[in-house]
Design a protein around this ligand. Structure first.
Ligand code: FA5
Length: 336
């Protein structure tokens, strides 16, 4: 009786076109309610002799169907794998995608170098607030209200008594109030002035420096600043000290560097002079020392304050300060 099933099975096998067709055909013949299974069940109705012979035949048919279905399944499985491998294939000859490298901003780079040089000369690093009391930004530095010296720095006022600090010099007062000499520190940070052109920005960075001890002289100031500038720009750079005025130093000087951008020939950055002002400095005014409770007869000191943007402009030949703040990736990429 099992031969009755073989031909229909073979006919149906021809029309199997997928893995699921093959699985369904297997169930149709060999499943719990399958055609072959039904024949196996009906064996019990036969006599022992008939059962033996029919049992053998059914068993052979069962194995035959199983093997044929498995063969079909493995053909389809192979085809599926081939299709998947093709669709998921990677062209290893394509160029790779590289992650873009970032780089340190030229201002951070310059600031880092400045701090490094001074720490090597034994200066520590201090900080102060950017929103500052008028008392520290002006009064304690010998710049009383209505004094004409206030006009030297165009100030952003938060209220009558609070300003955005216009320079890092208030950190001098804050540190001196809390410590006794000897003192030797720098104070880097952001400062704010209502000012904007190719060499002036409303927010810029300064590094303040202060040294107070017995017998500190102007020659110490010159030695420290010239050493610093030579370390930063090389041994041959032209430097000049020009007499100036700051209410908190006496005597005072402004320090100019030969303009690297035009090799001192004169350009729009140095306004044709061949020099660029980068520093204000001087001997700490005795009045400032008295304001913080130091005895000016016992102690003297020097102070300086430099603009980091101006130094970065000279170091990297940047001819407009605004480039430093525009975040133009084409500009910044040049420093990577
Ligand atoms: C001062 O701010 C004084 N506090 C410096 C000082 C400290 C003198 C200690 C004596 C003792 P001045 O206003 O000149 O000084 O500014 C110092 C430097 O900051 C300048 O030489 C210049 O390099 C830079 N600078 C000033 N204004 C701007 C600005 N708007 N944008 C960028 N840099 C500026």
């Amino acid at each position: 009786m099992s031969d009755d099933l073989k031909q229909p099975f073979l006919d149906e096998l021809k029309s199997v076109t997928s893995l699921s067709d093959a699985a369904a055909l297997k169930v149709k013949y060999l499943g719990k309610k399958g055609l072959v299974t039904a024949q196996i069940k009906s064996l019990s109705t036969l006599s022992p002799d008939e059962r033996k012979q029919a049992g053998q035949q059914i068993n052979e048919l069962k194995q035959f169907i199983e093997a044929e279905c498995d063969k079909k399944e493995s053909v389809f499985k192979n085809d599926e794998l081939k299709i998947r491998l093709l669709s998921e294939s990677i062209d290893i000859t394509l160029p790779g995608k590289f992650a873009a490298f970032g780089s340190e901003h030229p201002l951070s780079k310059t600031l880092g170098e400045v701090i490094d040089i001074f720490t090597r000369m034994g200066f520590s690093v201090e900080e102060g607030p950017e929103v500052e009391l008028d008392q520290y930004n002006f009064e304690a530095l010998n710049i009383p209200k209505d004094h004409p010296a206030r006009d030297m720095q165009d100030t952003f006022y938060v209220s009558d008594d609070i300003v955005l600090r216009t320079h890092t010099s208030p950190v001098q007062v804050r540190v001196m109030e809390n410590r006794k000499p000897p003192l030797r520190f720098i104070a880097p940070g952001k400062v704010y002035r209502c000012d904007a052109d190719v060499t002036h920005s409303p927010m810029f960075h300064q590094v303040e420096g202060l040294m107070v001890d017995k017998d500190i002289k102007f020659s110490h100031l010159k030695g420290v600043l010239i050493t610093f500038l030579r370390q930063l720009f090389g041994p041959d750079i032209p430097v000049r000290f020009r007499p100036s005025f700051f209410p908190f130093t006496e005597p005072s000087a402004e320090i100019d560097m030969g303009c690297i951008l035009c090799k001192s020939a004169g350009c729009r950055v140095c306004k044709g002079s061949g020099w660029l002002e980068i520093l204000g400095a001087g001997m700490v005014n005795p009045k400032v020392l008295e304001n913080v409770g130091y005895d000016p007869e016992e102690y003297t000191g020097f102070a300086f304050g430099m603009g980091i943007e101006r130094i970065a402009m000279l170091k990297y030949s940047i001819d407009d300060i605004r480039l430093l703040f525009e975040n133009d990736i084409r500009f910044l990429r040049q420093f990577s």
